[in-house]
Write a protein that binds this ligand. Structure first.
Ligand SMILES: O=C(O)CCC(=O)C(=O)O
Length: 266
């Protein structure tokens, strides 16, 4: 299978073409071995504290775990988000996912909101949640808890058939993403995807950061932690949706974090 691999950092015209065509790309070597180890240890702490049993997701771990906070505006990834969205966007949520040892195949889905499905907004579904998934365990071979994507499916105006969604039929155009720990997958909310099976005898962890337009409500928190806001950086505060809004609720008349964003590029 072809791999849509891009360089970390600057969002190029080719990155843009790949993202528009396939709905995702892979950025290898974003985290060093030591950074992966720190993020993995943080993930294990979060799930131990939450008492995760089986497959589970823990939100807002970036507030309490410094290693995960640093990834909110990682210089290898944030320029891609900015290249796709422009200057105004927020971190809508951050979910740390654990797939247990010998975990089963997940269900095919598109990301969105069951309260008001994104397909009610328009078809094809617009970009509302841009996800950066940091792989924290090795997924360089199939059946290591990889993500499986259907390339280009974010543009499909036909839904994935029920027989495929219920697991009765396999789809022949699925792409099981093989990439080592420390790689990042960036993908569109409308891309059909699922968690692939995991045959290993260790738990698999992935940290997902979801970026959205500034008027979307956060989904991992009802309110930001004041303690976190006080100690974090101005750019991260802005990404948490904390910025002056003279044209309340969401006019464009607020100082955008352009300068801070530029600082993380190149
Ligand atoms: O980490 C995973 O297995 C992916 C989870 C997923 O597909 C989702 O949160 O939408």
């Amino acid at each position: 299978m072809l791999d849509p691999i891009v360089e970390p950092g600057r969002f190029t015209d080719l990155d843009s073409f790949i993202f528009e065509s396939w709905g995702y790309f892979i950025i290898p070597n974003v985290l060093s071995k030591d950074e992966v180890a720190e993020c993995l240890a943080a993930s294990k702490r979060l799930h131990a504290a939450a008492g995760t049993k089986g497959w589970g997701q823990v939100g807002r771990g970036y507030e309490t775990e410094a290693a995960l906070e640093k990834l909110i505006d990682h210089p290898a990834v944030l320029p891609k988000i900015r290249g796709i969205y422009g200057d105004r966007f927020i971190l809508q949520s951050g979910w740390n996912t654990m797939q247990p040892a010998h975990g089963k195949m997940g269900g095919w889905h598109q990301d969105g909101s069951s309260a008001y499905n994104f397909n009610k907004v328009s078809s094809p579904i617009p970009l509302i949640q841009l996800r950066a998934s940091y792989l924290l365990t090795d997924q360089s071979k199939p059946r290591t808890g990889n993500m499986e994507f259907i390339p280009g499916s974010h543009r499909s105006m036909v839904v994935l058939p029920d027989t495929v969604r219920k697991g009765a039929t396999e789809v022949p155009i699925g792409h099981v993403i093989c990439a080592p720990a420390g790689s990042v997958l960036l993908f569109h909310n409308a891309l059909w995807h699922r968690t692939y099976a995991h045959d290993g005898d260790y738990d698999r962890f992935t940290m997902h950061y979801i970026y959205s337009p500034p008027w979307i409500r956060s989904s991992d928190r009802l309110q930001n932690s004041q303690e976190f806001l006080q100690r974090t950086t101005p750019l991260r505060r802005a990404l948490m949706g904390e910025f002056e809004r003279p044209d309340a609720p969401y006019g464009a008349n607020y100082p955008n974090p352009h300068v801070d964003l530029q600082n993380v590029e190149d």
